[in-house]
Design a protein around this ligand. Sequence first.
Ligand code: 13P
Ligand code: SF4
Length: 304
Amino acid sequence: MNIHEMQKEILRMKKEQDVCILAHSYQTREITEIADFTGDSFALSVKASNVSNKTVIMCGVRFMAETVKLLSPEKTVFLSNPIAGCPMAEQMDKEMIVEFKRQNPDYIVVAYINTTTDLKTVCDVCVTSSSAVKIVSQLPEKNILFIPDCNLGSFVAKNVPDKNIRVMQGGCPVHASIKYSAVEQAKKLHPNALLLVHPECIPDVTAAADYVGSTSGIIDYAKNSEAMEFIIGTEIAIASQLAYECPEKRFYPLAKELICPNMKSTTLVDVYNIICGKGGEEITLDSDTMTKAKVCIDRMIELG
Ligand code: 13P
Ligand code: SF4
């Protein structure tokens, strides 16, 4: 079977079996082409909670599949490739946060959605990269521990100066590996291009950007901008997606290292196998964990 035949077969079987396929925007084109929805992690979970399909396949990383399950506990949710974790989401353990709270009772813990469900059970409110600044600025509490991404945390602190924000040393190994020298190099090569970056990049990189936002924020900004050239500071899939959708504009990845190996571990064959009843991993979370973790997601929805 070639790729095209496999895609056709997946589309036929998913209809027959009442399956909804979600693809994070960092997935390859062969996967986004067969997905019902493509987008950022939280938007995909919300979309899945609004469809009638009983089964959902998440092509992304583990915390994303867990978020789908949290918002749709009655659905059967599959992570298409069980090895696809997010190193940032798994960086901090629950006990460390519980101990921090014990020692700092005047602090609340704000968790980026890129965290495990287990960690969310001890956090107070969740944020996404697009809602972080808005949500933190609306919190009545002044003292905040922001986890796990110190770069997103610093970006929020810079934009919400009236809060007392502490961060811990955590972050995305893919985005955080991009040094300021990559910006200098890219700007030299493309002097007329605007620089659009994800807030998981280091502060020197975000400070040099014309726009800082989530994957969907970057996509919308580039599509709606009158500019014709853009340097894209997030996973290279976004630059290729934009090049495909806006052929009249030019998109340059900020660095060739901007590839998330976890996101790229999902293949079309993984999706095909799940539809054929083998492979993938069904996400199961115990009800106590789900109830506790949902509290900080519900608070995010309330404030967002
Ligand atoms: P978004 O929520 O912006 O899609 O980001 C997810 C992610 O993993 C960023 O690296
Ligand atoms: Fe996690 Fe970074 Fe990969 Fe996003 S790009 S899934 S934050 S490791």
